[in-house]
Design a protein around this ligand. Structure first.
Ligand code: PLP
Length: 235
């Protein structure tokens, strides 16, 4: 089988899993978007999935991503930055991406805001819902203060929340998803955020069903679409 056929087989399987999970949860079929996580994968794979109908791609490594973004300028792709943000990379991120999922501190928000020209950058705040000690993400108790800062930034558009839970077991994972959903609903109902605060980025290859059952509106899928990443460059 050629590569495009492999990608189509993978995409069909993911679409089936998403449809099944969405219907089982009693949610509208179009209420969950698929973000293809293309880190470490070649531009030709992105072109292939674009040909198969995908237009949202997520990348973790800035220089690798910028090379692909430049190479694919001719395609109408929406690029999402989903990696850890180092402060010396904020300018290049603000200039090349349409979305950032991993905003977790005020200093980074200010830097992205200062560097962004043209249309505002769509941002999600990453929350460390399970209080993992070594992980990125704002702690739930510090979320309100960061929201207050981000909504003052005129070149940022706060679109929602994101998490990368790292649970010890299925119960902890479910709790992490439910906790993020509760924070998301709380902010939406508070009147503090705009009506386009509509995105809950939650769920990856292994937990997309659980994430959709708990209200995810965007799943980030790498392995199930592209196949395993080689150990040397996976993160
Ligand atoms: C790599 C990555 C994914 C995709 O994970 P898979 O398990 O391969 O689907 C999703 N989100 C983030 C933040 C990632 O770094």
């Amino acid at each position: 089988m050629d590569r495009l056929q492999d990608l189509k087989t993978n995409l069909d399987a993911i679409a089936d899993r998403m449809t099944h999970a969405t219907v089982s949860a009693g949610r509208a079929q179009d209420s969950v978007q698929l973000l293809a996580v293309s880190k470490t994968k070649p531009a030709s794979d992105i072109a292939g999935l674009h040909q198969l109908g995908l237009s949202q791609f997520g990348e973790n490594y800035v220089q690798e991503a910028v090379d692909k973004i430049e190479a694919m300028r001719h395609l109408p792709i929406t690029w999402h930055y989903i990696g850890h943000i180092q402060s010396n990379k904020t300018q290049i991120i603000a200039q090349h991406f349409d979305w950032v999922h991993t905003l977790d501190r005020a200093k980074i928000a200010s830097r992205l805001n200062e560097s962004r020209t043209g249309s505002p950058l769509n941002v999600l705040i990453q929350v460390n819902v399970d209080h993992a000690p070594t992980k990125s993400g704002v702690l739930p108790e510090d979320l309100d203060e960061l929201v207050a800062h981000v909504i003052q930034c005129s070149q940022l558009r706060l679109r929602g929340l994101m998490s990368i839970p790292d649970p010890e077991n299925a119960d902890a994972l479910r709790r992490a998803h439910q906790d993020l959903k509760a924070l998301f609903d709380g902010l939406r109902d508070s009147g503090r955020v705009a009506s386009d605060f509509d995105t809950l980025s939650m769920g990856m290859t292994n937990d997309l069903e659980l994430a959709i059952a708990n209200g995810s509106t965007m799943v980030r899928i790498g392995t199930a679409l592209f196949g395993a990443r080689t150990p040397k460059d996976s993160a």
